[in-house]
Design a protein around this ligand. Structure first.
Ligand code: HJL
Ligand code: ZN
Length: 228
């Protein structure tokens, strides 16, 4: 089966970045985009579905959305996705970030959803996965998804050409490491620190004022008087 050119792959990978940018920044996952393309006629590729993180209701991933939307397009339930990717298709799934192999939420990882497109579908399903960045170790370390794809007989390709941009888009909304906070964030932090100090100071002043207003120890008062 003929393969897409590198130029075509970069074109669709770029589309995944534009899709990822549509996702709402959230500190608990990455912003990812996904495009599923049928290359059965390599000169006339056909986009079968697209998706981005949180596009569909719930805690949804880009690849999950693209696959669910593919089934919905055919008015089929998600379990019927293999029927949407028959053997005569040469379907490549492009995703800005490597498909997840494990999810902190415990939801079904996307790599399993991709592999499931082959269930009861000999020679069909997703035949290749192309991604532009490896999963950073923010939530899950040492992703095993590429190994799982290989074991399932699905080809994969890592094209790092847009990696920096992909990671920047993916991590938008994440709490930054204090070592690499931007100048403006540093200013914000500094002014917050100053505000906190002021609050602390005024708390001390208030405490002092309260202590002065409270009835004083009679013994001390006597001493005060004696001293006067
Ligand atoms: C990919 C996505 C997305 C992630 N990865 N390839 N596409 N959000 O759309 C991977 C990350 C998981 C965390 C949290 N993110 O998302 O490892 O809450 O988002 O299930 O493990 O898990 P949940
Ligand atoms: Zn996923």
């Amino acid at each position: 089966m003929s393969q897409p050119s590198k130029e075509a792959s970069l074109y669709y990978l770029r589309q995944t970045i534009d899709l990822a940018k549509q996702s709402l920044p959230k500190p608990t996952n990455f912003r990812v985009g996904c495009v599923i393309v049928n290359f059965s006629d390599v000169d006339a590729p056909q986009v079968l579905s697209t998706g981005f993180t949180l596009e569909l209701p719930g805690n949804t991933h880009a690849e999950q959305c693209a696959l669910s939307k593919l089934a919905a397009k055919h008015s089929l339930p998600e379990e019927a996705i293999p029927t949407c990717l028959p053997p005569q298709f040469n379907a490549t799934l492009y995703t800005s970030l490597e498909p997840c192999g494990k999810r902190l939420s415990g939801n079904l990882p996307c790599v399993q959803r991709i592999i499931a497109t082959q269930t009861d579908n000999p020679n069909g399903g997703i035949k290749k996965v192309v991604f532009g960045a490896k999963e950073p170790g923010t939530f899950v370390q040492d992703s095993q998804s590429c190994r799982l794809l290989t074991e399932a007989g699905i080809a994969w390709e890592y094209l790092p050409d847009f990696e920096q941009e992909i990671l920047q888009v993916a991590m938008e909304g994440h709490v930054k490491d204090p070592k690499d906070v931007s100048a403006s964030t540093k200013d914000e932090l500094k002014s917050k620190e100053e505000k906190d100090k002021l609050n602390e100071l005024s708390a001390k002043q208030q405490e002092q004022a309260r202590a002065e207003a409270a009835p004083r120890n009679p013994k001390k008062r006597m001493m005060d008087t004696t001293l006067e």
